[in-house]
Design a protein around this ligand. Structure first.
Ligand code: MTE
Ligand code: MO
Length: 372
């Protein structure tokens, strides 16, 4: 059993699949803290968790022609300036189960918890690439990452990002060895993972073994044959994965974590809570909440610090407390966020439905009953 050595997990996680391990925190725990505690951070594994010995671990950074390849131990990585940032990581399949309700898709049936936030610390990828002699001359190049996890044929998990993002110090791409002040937990990439702020989870390669600069994107299945968006008209007979770009920056997203679908709430007033986030460092500037299915709207209160312009890597939590008219029996609660490019969320799943069930950022809707 290749999964026999997987770590023990927290019992609060809602398990999607055990082998490989895929699980998300329940909504009420997800937004209890701005920083998601490590034990309940959502986990998305495609393969068994590798058992990496930190003493013998080496990161292979392939140098440019005429340059020098690096073989970095953990101690070597610690010698680079340590950089710490708060970053939200979201799987492209977050909220896929709502897409399924509209029409069947292939993929893990995530609810709204395939998203979490941590403080990540490590070396900046641009510093490590520079030491290997890489420069931003080939602007169309890509930085390819390989994990130490592999399938039965020996194929490793892999993904890539554009070299331009990797070399941009402002993009703050990290080779992270700490998560919330602790060494990375095994499920989250011990001892080193990539953190690409503002970019889809699939590019944050865990258990990082190799970094190379290539003229083309990674040839990995997960770069080329998955994690792409398509028209609702495309089905499994007609899909051409080469025709669509790989997902990198994610669109604006928000969801309601309280109250829960189908719940009966007290009369008099309601408190609605949730999260909002956008990709590419775009800040969330507003969250609108409706209690009547989208007929009328109220502006929610954004919690926490204002985000940095163009570097809004982490989510905003939000809440709305609103009085309820006497005698009201049910609420159709809806939320939608706006980012600083004034991008908005589509009102339904239908126009963004795709066969793989990725990129669901339709208005999130929760129906609740009000006690008499
Ligand atoms: N890296 C490796 N090596 N293997 C994987 O299966 N899954 C990716 C990414 N990095 C994966 C990986 C996907 S699809 C996501 S969404 C994130 O890791 C999830 O990170 P997390 O488990 O720390 O939440
Ligand atoms: Mo993912």
């Amino acid at each position: 059993d290749p999964y026999a050595d997987d770590p023990i997990r927290h019992s609060a996680l809602k398990v999607n699949t055990q082998c490989p391990f895929n699980a998300e925190p329940p909504p009420e725990l997800l937004t209890e803290n701005y920083i998601t505690p490590n034990p309940i951070f959502f986990t998305r594994n495609h393969l068994p968790v590798p058992d990496v010995d930190p003493d013998t671990y080496r990161l292979n950074v392939v140098g440019p022609p005429g340059g020098q390849s690096l073989c970095l131990s953990l101690d070597d990585l610690y010698q680079f300036p340590k950089h710490e940032i708060t970053v939200t990581l979201q799987c492209a399949g977050n909220r896929r189960s709502e897409m399924t309700q509209f029409k069947e898709v292939r993929g893990l049936q995530w609810s709204l918890g395939a998203i979490s936030t941590a403080r990540w610390a490590g070396a900046r990828l641009c510093d490590v690439l520079a030491q290997a002699g890489h420069q931003l001359c080939e602007t169309e190049a890509h930085v390819c990452f390989e994990g130490l996890d592999s399938d039965l044929t020996g194929t490793a998990y892999g993904a890539s990002i554009p070299l331009a993002r990797a070399m941009d110090p402002e993009a703050e791409v990290l080779l992270a060895y700490e998560m919330n002040g602790q060494p990375l937990p095994r499920d989250h990439g011990f001892p080193v993972r990539v953190v690409v702020p503002g970019v889809v989870g699939a590019r944050h390669v865990k258990w990082l073994g190799k970094v190379s600069v290539e003229p083309e994107e990674s040839f990995s299945h997960w770069q080329r044959q998955d994690y792409k968006g398509f028209s609702p008209s495309v089905d499994w007979d007609t899909v051409d994965f080469d025709s669509a770009p790989s997902i990198q920056e994610l669109p604006v997203q928000s969801a309601i974590t309280q109250p829960k679908e189908g719940e009966t709430i007290g009369s008099g007033e309601v408190t609605v809570k949730g999260y909002a986030w956008s990709g590419g460092g775009r800040a969330v500037v507003r969250v609108d909440v409706s209690l009547d299915g989208g007929l009328t709207w109220q502006v929610a209160e954004l919690e926490g610090e204002e985000q940095r312009a163009r570097k809004a890597w982490a989510w905003r939590l939000w809440h709305l407390q609103a009085p309820l008219p006497a005698g009201i029996k049910e609420l159709n609660i809806v939320c939608k966020a706006v980012d600083d490019s004034y991008n908005v969320q589509p009102d339904t799943v239908a126009p963004i439905w795709n066969l793989r069930g990725v990129l669901n950022n339709a208005w999130h809707r929760v129906h609740v009953h009000v006690a008499p």
